[in-house]
Design a protein around this ligand. Structure first.
Ligand code: HEC
Ligand code: HEC
Length: 388
């Protein structure tokens, strides 16, 4: 009997020692995690990005890499300098449907300030309610884009602005006729005179004024900007971990980098649907280089929560869906994407920088929480009175 009792005592002691050890190690792990997060918070909100943890980058991305951070000041080209008069004229034209054939569709119809300066649609509709084939891009921060459109077919905002006016599915108006119509509106004379020195209306001046206005449509300081400037308490742990994942394990920064969150290059992430309904050859249509089939311009991620649905074809309805797509490494290769275009066989070569990431559900939601800190609130825009 005595023997049995002492055995029970020994067993009891053993269990309690083990239990103690276990809870110690759980506690230790938890306190290590807290220390890790505290340290990350200190580094990322230090105001000095050289103190941040080193990013995980592919060798391929290094030549075009620059660290994420604030947007720099907007540069205006020397042949189209800023003036507030030109901005006002450009804004007025941007909201004026008389640039279109039907007198019904303005730039702002598809680039609506209340909808993140795009239109919340998969595909826009334009003249005669015809549907386009690509998702409307936001013009927020477009001053920083090195080329315009998903395929980069316009080199400057001045060049770009005439394209939607002439596009049959968008505003469907000949640019000379559009300029002629604006020239006949008395109320525009004073606006052109103030912006350009005399009242003559030309397509060139229309382009310059619209481009000047677009360069002023810029994000204010986001939660991300405030956090990295030292407001260390404004980020939740999830937002902080999302930022860290973005720069490290998830490797988003291979392509989405700089203050604009884009390397301004063309990349193939496997969205081109070659050989299928909805196929889009992207950059290839401009360069005719086979390796460009299925490449699109890396979009900025500033304000991205406000510009859905996402991708060149608006095919993704939530940000979670976009991040899950990257996490799986988009196994497009298994679908043998190829197509014959004008007698030439083209293949979709997905970038080597898109690979299986195996993010956990927690990590996916942390990345999304971080992306949401790149957004700012919708500014109330006063729509200018249209001249008569
Ligand atoms: C019918 C809808 C529609 C109208 C009207 C329209 N756009 Fe667009 N806009 C789009 C779509 C769709 C795209 C993307 C097209 C593509 O990449 O091929 C786009 C792209 C752009 C871009 C490129 C942004 C970037 O980041 O590269 C700019 C700038 C722009 N539009 C300005 C304008 C201006 C200025 C006007 C008026 C003169 C205008 N848009 C009228 C739908 C429209
Ligand atoms: C290889 C370069 C590359 C990498 C790496 C990459 N992206 Fe992208 N990203 C792109 C390109 C190119 C597009 C446009 C694709 C399209 O329109 O079909 C895009 C589109 C997006 C969009 C949609 C933007 C819009 O306006 O529609 C989001 C959101 C996004 N990426 C987030 C991420 C996140 C988060 C990561 C990391 C998990 C990441 N990207 C990694 C190149 C890349």
């Amino acid at each position: 009997m005595k023997n049995v009792l002492s055995w029970i005592l020994v067993l009891f002691l053993l269990v309690s020692v083990l239990n103690n050890c276990l809870s110690n190690s759980v506690q230790k792990e938890a306190s290590q995690k807290v220390a890790f997060i505290d340290n990350l918070r200190k580094l990322y909100s230090s105001g000095d990005s050289s103190k941040w943890p080193k990013p995980i980058l592919d060798p391929e991305s290094k030549p075009s890499f620059s660290e994420i951070g604030h947007l720099p000041d907007v540069q205006f080209p020397s042949d189209n300098q800023y003036s507030s008069e030109k901005e006002l004229l450009g804004k007025t034209l941007f909201f004026d449907p008389r640039l279109s054939k039907s007198n019904q569709i303005a730039c702002a119809s598809c680039h609506d300030p209340e909808l993140g300066w795009c239109d919340s649609r998969t595909f826009s509709f334009g003249h005669d309610r015809q549907i386009g084939t690509r998702n409307a891009m936001s013009i927020l921060n477009v001053a920083y884009a090195k080329s315009l459109f998903w395929d980069g077919r316009a080199k400057s905002l001045e060049e770009q602005s005439q394209m939607p006016i002439q596009d049959e599915r968008e505003m469907s108006e000949h640019i000379d006729i559009a300029a002629g119509k604006i020239g006949k509106i008395k109320g525009y004379e004073i606006l052109f005179e103030k912006a350009f020195g005399d009242k003559s209306v030309t397509k060139d001046r229309i382009s310059k004024a619209i481009a000047t206005f677009e360069r002023t449509v810029k994000s204010s300081s986001s939660k991300f900007d405030k956090f990295i400037d030292g407001k260390s308490e404004i980020y939740t742990n999830d937002e902080l971990m999302g930022l860290h994942l973005f720069r490290t394990k998830a490797q988003c920064m291979n392509c989405h980098n700089s203050g604009y969150f884009s390397n301004s290059k063309f990349e193939n992430v496997g969205t081109s649907l070659l050989g299928e309904k909805g196929e889009d050859l992207g950059r290839y249509l401009i360069t005719k280089n086979a390796e460009d089939a299925g490449k699109f311009r890396v979009p900025s991620l500033r304000e991205v929560p406000r510009t859905g649905p996402w991708q060149h074809n608006g095919s993704m309805m939530t940000l979670t869906e976009v991040i899950e797509f990257y996490s799986k490494g988009n196994p497009e290769y298994s679908q043998k994407r190829s197509t014959v275009h004008e007698g030439i066989t083209l293949h979709s070569q997905k970038s080597g920088m898109v690979r299986m990431l195996e993010l956990s559900d927690e990590e996916i939601s942390q990345l999304e929480a971080f992306l949401r800190t790149l957004s700012t609130k919708t500014d109330r825009i006063t729509v200018p009175e249209l001249p008569r």
